[in-house]
Design a binder for this molecule. Structure first.
Ligand SMILES: NC(=O)c1ccc[n+]([C@@H]2O[C@H](COP(=O)([O-])OP(=O)(O)OC[C@H]3O[C@@H](n4cnc5c(N)ncnc54)[C@H](OP(=O)(O)O)[C@@H]3O)[C@@H](O)[C@H]2O)c1
Length: 289
């Protein structure tokens, strides 16, 4: 059997870099593409670059995902997150490639207060979430063989390019620079390491039916609990204090609860990711943090 080929778009990003390294280690012939090589909002770019490779699989982590900037520039958010997915889906349809699109827990409004299944109705509160949801629909309805992976609260060894870091690096900097660090207790999510998503994504593409998947660690916590584990594990001595969302007024509405239930993984007997706390402690102990 010939080796499976895959194009990974956003290959130098936080998630993309771990996908490239894990998939390559598992025998996939990966073509890593950066933004300098492909712009997903440009159909001609997508068609010519993917056409040159004709891969079995296209996975895109590319997004315009600085949430406040998406509010300020909805046209760009739509162009990249929604129309970019449509361009990829149409091109994958003509090439016969499988398409995988990385999406977000922000498609939900958070009102439910129990983990969201893939079958629960989305209701995005902001431009970022709405444009990612449309990207999901384009992916699932235009690509002949399509996967959508919703992820949440991700962190990895390579900083998120759009945000210049991740929550761990933000906490480390805050602990260095501030007399005390205040973090909210009333926004609940599931922190998830990008390497675990890289592993799960390949297992799903190899053994799972096409469709929509929630791909996060197990359990859920507030940003404050997330910070507590970081402070304890890294021995940060700056006082960490609880706060609430209302203490930090923002023009952007976000879901205050976005824990995702892994219904699709469970129903197909696919491996689950570890608990968020175990995964975080392991990550902090084995990286520079
Ligand atoms: N960060 C989170 O907590 C979180 C939570 C839920 C979902 N997600 C989703 O997870 C995915 C990956 O996030 P990440 O943290 O790995 O982001 P990241 O580090 O910013 O990586 C995104 C990659 O996509 C590239 N890219 C951006 N716009 C592009 C375009 N128009 N065409 C082609 N490439 C483009 C970026 O290149 P340049 O930097 O050079 O532009 C970068 O290599 C995104 O789809 C995001 O929506 C993230």
């Amino acid at each position: 059997m010939s080796r499976q080929t895959a194009v990974v778009i956003g290959a130098n990003g936080q998630l993309g870099s771990d996908i490239v390294s894990w998939w390559s280690s598992q025998g996939v012939a990966v073509v890593p593409l950066t933004h300098a090589e492909i712009a997903i909002e440009d159909f001609d770019s997508v068609r010519s670059v993917l056409g040159a490779h004709r891969p079995d699989i296209v996975l895109s982590t590319a997004a315009f995902h600085n949430v406040p900037k998406c509010e300020e520039d909805p046209a760009r958010s739509h162009a990249v997150n929604s129309l970019g997915a449509l361009n990829l889906a149409r091109t994958c349809a003509s090439l016969g490639s499988t398409l995988a699109y990385v999406s977000t827990d922000y498609v939900f409004d958070g009102a439910q207060r129990r983990p969201y299944l893939e079958t629960d109705a989305p209701n995005p509160l902001n431009v970022y979430g709405a444009t990612k949801l449309l990207g999901e629909y384009y992916t699932l309805n235009y690509a002949p063989r399509a996967y959508v992976f919703r992820v949440s609260g991700i962190y990895g060894r390579v900083p998120c390019r759009a945000k210049g870091g991740n929550f761990i690096t933000t906490m480390q900097r805050a602990a260095r620079e501030r007399p005390e660090v205040r973090v909210v207790t009333d926004e609940i999510l599931t922190p998830t390491p990008t390497m675990e998503i890289a592993k799960a994504s390949l297992a799903i593409l190899r053994n799972g039916a096409p469709g929509l998947y929630h791909v996060t660690a197990e359990g859920g916590c507030s940003w404050f609990e997330f910070a507590q584990v970081i402070f304890e594990t890294l021995g940060l001595k700056t006082p960490l204090k609880p706060a609430v969302v209302a203490d930090f007024p923002s023009p952007v509405r976000r879901p205050t609860y976005s824990v995702l239930e892994k219904g699709a993984l469970k129903s197909q007997g696919l491996p689950l990711l570890p608990h968020w706390r175990d995964a975080l402690v392991e990550f902090l102990r084995t990286s520079n943090g």
